[in-house]
Design a protein around this ligand. Structure first.
Ligand code: HEC
Ligand code: HEC
Ligand code: HEC
Ligand code: HEC
Ligand code: HEC
Ligand code: HEC
Ligand code: HEC
Ligand code: HEC
Ligand code: HEC
Ligand code: HEC
Length: 456
C-alpha cells in the first residue's frame, strides 16, 4: 500500500501540465482505446465464462497448496441466492480436511479464514500471525474452569513464560544412574583401551543408521534397511531416541556373573536373569561333576591350618549355592550400579525400578534437533559436560532460543506456529476425497455453472 502511494506521487510530479494544450498524435489513439478496451474486457470475461474458469473474479493469488483450486472458487465460496459471495464457510474447508478444535474449554472458536489468510499467495497457509493466537492468549480465559497456563502472552520475545521443564524445582524423573562428567572425561577406560566419548555415542535420533560404538546395532523393525526418506520428511529425526543398555553401555559394562563363564547374563528382568543363571550352572555341573566335591584347596580361599573333611554336594545344592553367590554380586553390585533396586520381603527376587527416560520434554511445544544440527550440542545443553546426577535438568531455557528466534529479518521465526500446534490433531476426522481432477474439460462434465455472471 505504502509503496503504491509513493510511486503515484512521484509519477504526478513528472506529468507535463501543458499536455492537453498541445495536439498530439496519441490523442486519437486514446479515443480508440477508450472504446475498444471495455469491449476487449467483455470478450475476455465472456471467454472465461464459456470456458467456465472462475479465476477472473479472484481477489489475489491463491496459496501454494490451494493453487489448483483457482478454477474452482465454489469449493470454498458459498453462493447466496445463486450469487457468488466473498464469504467462505468453515464447512467448505472441512469437506477436504478437518481443522480439529484447539481446546474444548475455549470460550469461542474463530473461523478458519481468520487465521488462514487466503488470496495472498502465501507459501504456507499454516504460517498464521501472532494476532490469531494472542486474541486469546494475551488475556486467556477458559470456559467453566481456571486456566492451567500463563495467561498473558503477547509474543515469544515479550512475555512468553520460561519453559516448564527448566523452571526452578523441576527434576529429571529418570532412574538410570548416570554421571555425564565421568563419562565425558578424556581417557575413559573403554573395552580395548582409553577412549573419548562423544554425545553421539549415546544420543542419536531414532532415524540414525550410524553404527553404535559401544553396543549392538538398533534392531529396526522390518527390513533393517536404512531410512530412505529425505531429512525434511522424516519425523524420526526430531527427537533423540532414549538411551539403551544394549546399544550404549554394554561394551563397557558387561553383566558377568561367575568367573567360570566368559558370557554375560542377559540384560532383562530379574526373573529372566535368574532362570538364565540357574540353567547355565545346571549345564556346567552336569559336564563337570568333580566340582561337587568342595575342598579347602581353593587357592582363592585362605588356607586353613588343619585339614577339613571335604563337602560333597548334590547337583541341586551346588547350583543353588552358586546361584545365590552370583545373584548377590548381580543384584547388589552390577545391576545396582545403574539401577534403583528394591528388595521386597515377600519376593525371592528384587525389583528394578522403571527407567523413565523422557523422550519428549515439552508436552506443549514441538522441537526438532534436525533443524538445529549446525550447532554443537553443548550450545544448548550447556550443563551436560559437568552434570553428575541423573536428576539434573540439562535442557536449554528460553534465553538460549531467543539468541536466534528474535525479531528482525536476520533471525529465525518467532511466530507462535513455529513451535506450537493449534489444532488437536488427535481429534482429526478423516477426510473423504470426492472431487474430480480440476480442469476445464473435466469441469464441464461436472455440475452446473458455478457463478452468476451478473456479479462484479
Ligand atoms: C481454498 C479456498 C478458496 C478458494 C478456492 C477461493 N477462495 Fe476466495 N477467499 C477465501 C477465503 C478464506 C477468503 C476470506 C473470506 C472470509 O473472510 O470468509 C476469500 C476471500 C475472497 C474475496 C473477498 C476479498 C478478500 O480478499 O478477502 C473474493 C472477491 C474472493 N475470495 C474471490 C475468489 C474467487 C474469484 C475465487 C476463484 C478464482 C476464489 N475466491 C477461490 C478462500 C478461497
Ligand atoms: C477442494 C478441497 C479443499 C478445500 C475446499 C480446502 N482445502 Fe485446504 N488443502 C487442500 C489440499 C489438497 C491441501 C494440500 C495437502 C495438505 O497439506 O493437506 C490443502 C492444504 C491446506 C493447508 C495446509 C497447507 C499450508 O499451506 O499450510 C491449510 C492450512 C488449509 N488447506 C486450509 C484450508 C482452509 C482454511 C480452507 C477453507 C477456507 C481450505 N483449506 C479449503 C484442499 C482443500
Ligand atoms: C486460531 C488460528 C487458527 C484457526 C481458527 C484455524 N487454524 Fe488451522 N492451523 C493453525 C495453525 C497455527 C496451524 C499450524 C499448526 C497446527 O498444525 O496446528 C494450522 C494448521 C492447519 C492445517 C495444516 C495441517 C498440516 O498438515 O500442516 C490445516 C489443514 C488446517 N489448519 C485447517 C483448518 C481448518 C479447516 C480450520 C477451520 C475449521 C482451521 N484450520 C482453523 C491455526 C488456525
Ligand atoms: C479462542 C481462544 C484461543 C485461541 C485463538 C488460541 N488459543 Fe491456545 N488456548 C486456549 C485455551 C482455552 C487453552 C487451554 C487453557 C487451559 O485449559 O488452561 C489454550 C492452551 C494453549 C496452549 C497450552 C496447551 C496446549 O495446547 O499445549 C498452547 C501452547 C496454545 N494454547 C497455543 C496457541 C497458539 C499457538 C494459538 C494460535 C495459533 C492459540 N493457542 C490460539 C485458547 C485459545
Ligand atoms: C555414555 C553415554 C552418554 C553420553 C556420552 C552422553 N550422555 Fe546424555 N544421557 C545419558 C543417559 C544414560 C541419560 C539419561 C540419564 C540422565 O538423565 O542423566 C542422558 C540424558 C541426557 C539428556 C536429557 C536428560 C536431562 O535431564 O536433560 C540430555 C539433554 C543429554 N543427556 C545430553 C547430552 C549431551 C549434550 C552429551 C554430550 C556433551 C551427552 N548427553 C553425552 C548418556 C550419555
Ligand atoms: C566407553 C566405555 C563406557 C561406556 C560406553 C559407558 N560407561 Fe559407564 N563407566 C565407564 C567407566 C570406565 C566407569 C568408571 C569410571 C570412573 O569411576 O572413573 C563407568 C562408571 C559408570 C557408573 C558409575 C559412575 C560413578 O559416578 O562413579 C555408572 C552408573 C555408569 N558408568 C553407567 C553407564 C551407563 C548407564 C552407560 C550407558 C548409557 C554407560 N555407563 C556407558 C565406562 C563406560
Ligand atoms: C551400565 C548400566 C546398566 C546396568 C549395569 C544394568 N542396566 Fe538395566 N538398564 C540400563 C538402561 C540404560 C536401561 C533403560 C534402557 C533399556 O531398556 O536398555 C535399563 C533398563 C532395564 C530394565 C527395564 C526397566 C524398565 O524401564 O521397565 C530392566 C528390567 C533392567 N534394566 C534390568 C537390569 C538388570 C536385572 C541388571 C543386572 C543384571 C541391569 N539391568 C543392569 C542400564 C543398565
Ligand atoms: C538448539 C538447541 C539444541 C541443540 C543444538 C541440541 N539440542 Fe538436544 N534438546 C533441545 C531441546 C529444546 C530439547 C527438549 C525437546 C523435547 O523433548 O521436547 C532437547 C532434548 C534433548 C534430549 C532428550 C531427548 C529428546 O530428544 O527430547 C537429548 C538426549 C538431547 N537433546 C541431546 C542432544 C544432542 C546429543 C545434541 C547434539 C547432537 C543436541 N541435543 C543438540 C535443544 C537442543
Ligand atoms: C521458538 C519456540 C516458541 C515460540 C515461537 C513460541 N513458543 Fe510458546 N512455548 C515454547 C516452549 C518450548 C514451551 C514449553 C512447553 C512445555 O513446557 O511443554 C512453550 C510454552 C507455551 C505455553 C504454555 C505456557 C505454560 O504456562 O506452561 C503457551 C500458552 C504458549 N507457549 C503460547 C505461545 C504463544 C501464544 C506464542 C506466540 C505469541 C508462542 N507460545 C511462541 C516455545 C515457543
Ligand atoms: C543458532 C540459532 C538457533 C537457536 C539457538 C535456536 N534455533 Fe530454532 N531454528 C533455527 C533455525 C535457523 C531454524 C530453521 C529456520 C526457521 O524456521 O526459521 C529453526 C527452527 C526451529 C523450529 C522449527 C522446526 C521445524 O520442524 O520446522 C523450532 C520448533 C525451533 N527452532 C525451536 C527452537 C527452540 C525451542 C530453541 C531453544 C531451545 C531454538 N529453536 C534455538 C535457529 C535456532
Amino acid at each position: 500500500m505504502r509503496r503504491a502511494k509513493l510511486t503515484t506521487k512521484k509519477l504526478a510530479q513528472r506529468i507535463d501540465l501543458n499536455y492537453f494544450k498541445s495536439s498530439h498524435p496519441f490523442r486519437r489513439l486514446r479515443f480508440i482505446l477508450s472504446v475498444s478496451a471495455p469491449m476487449l474486457a467483455l470478450i475476455w470475461l465472456g471467454w472465461f465464462a464459456i470456458a467456465r474458469n472462475d479465476r477472473v473474479y479472484s481477489s489475489g493469488k491463491m496459496s501454494a497448496s490451494h493453487a489448483v483450486l483457482t478454477e474452482r472458487c465454489s469449493s470454498c465460496h458459498l453462493k447466496e441466492a445463486g450469487v457468488f459471495s466473498s464469504k467462505t464457510s468453515d464447512g467448505a474447508c472441512e469437506t477436504c480436511h478437518d481443522g480439529p478444535i484447539h481446546h474444548t474449554n475455549q470460550v469461542f472458536t474463530p473461523n478458519c479464514a481468520t487465521c488462514h489468510r487466503e488470496h495472498r499467495g502465501s507459501l504456507r497457509l499454516a504460517a498464521t500471525s501472532d494476532a490469531s493466537c494472542t486474541q486469546c492468549h494475551a488475556n486467556l480465559r477458559a470456559a467453566g474452569s481456571t486456566t492451567h497456563y500463563a495467561r498473558n502472552i503477547r509474543g515469544f520475545n515479550s512475555n512468553h513464560p520460561e519453559f516448564a521443564a527448566v523452571r526452578a524445582g523441576s527434576v529429571d524423573p529418570g532412574t538410570i544412574k548416570f554421571n555425564h562428567r565421568v563419562h565425558l572425561k578424556t581417557n575413559l577406560a573403554g573395552p580395548s583401551g582409553p577412549v573419548q566419548l562423544a554425545c553421539g555415542d549415546c544420543h542419536r535420533p531414532a532415524a540414525s543408521n550410524e553404527p553404535a560404538r559401544f553396543g549392538s546395532q538398533p534392531a529396526k523393525a522390518g527390513s533393517g534397511a536404512p531410512e530412505r526418506e529425505p531429512p525434511s520428511m522424516n519425523p524420526e529425526r526430531a527427537y533423540m531416541a532414549p538411551v539403551s543398555y544394549a546399544q550404549h553401555c554394554m561394551a563397557c559394562h558387561g553383566l558377568q556373573f561367575d568367573k567360570r563363564f566368559s558370557e554375560s547374563a542377559p540384560h532383562d528382568t530379574p526373573d529372566v536373569v535368574h532362570a538364565f543363571v540357574v540353567e547355565r550352572f545346571q549345564r556346567y555341573i552336569a559336564a563337570h561333576p568333580a566340582e561337587l566335591r568342595i575342598t579347602n584347596s581353593d587357592p582363592n580361599l585362605p588356607q586353613k591350618p588343619f585339614p577339613v573333611s571335604p563337602r560333597v554336594l548334590t547337583p541341586e545344592q551346588w547350583v543353588s549355592e552358586r546361584t545365590a553367590e552370583s545373584e548377590q554380586l548381580l543384584w547388589r553390585k552390577t545391576c545396582m550400579q545403574c539401577h534403583a533396586m528394591s528388595f521386597p520381603a515377600r519376593r525371592p527376587l528384587p525389583m528394578v525400578a522403571k527407567s523413565n527416560i523422557t523422550v519428549r520434554w515439552f508436552q506443549h511445544a514441538v522441537f526438532n534437533h534436525d533443524q538445529h544440527r549446525l550447532l554443537r550440542c553443548e550450545e544448548c545443553h550447556t550443563a551436560a559436560r559437568t552434570s553428575q546426577e541423573t536428576s539434573d535438568i540439562l535442557l536449554p531455557g528460553i534465553k538460549t532460543c531467543e539468541q536466534c528466534h528474535h525479531s528482525g529479518s536476520e533471525a529465525a521465526e518467532t511466530r507462535c506456529f513455529e513451535c506450537h500446534t493449534y489444532h488437536d490433531w488427535r481429534k482429526e476426522k478423516p477426510a473423504q476425497g470426492n472431487f474430480p481432477i480440476f480442469g476445464q474439460k473435466r469441469a464441464e462434465s461436472v455440475g452446473k455453472p458455478e457463478f452468476n455472471s451478473t456479479v462484479e
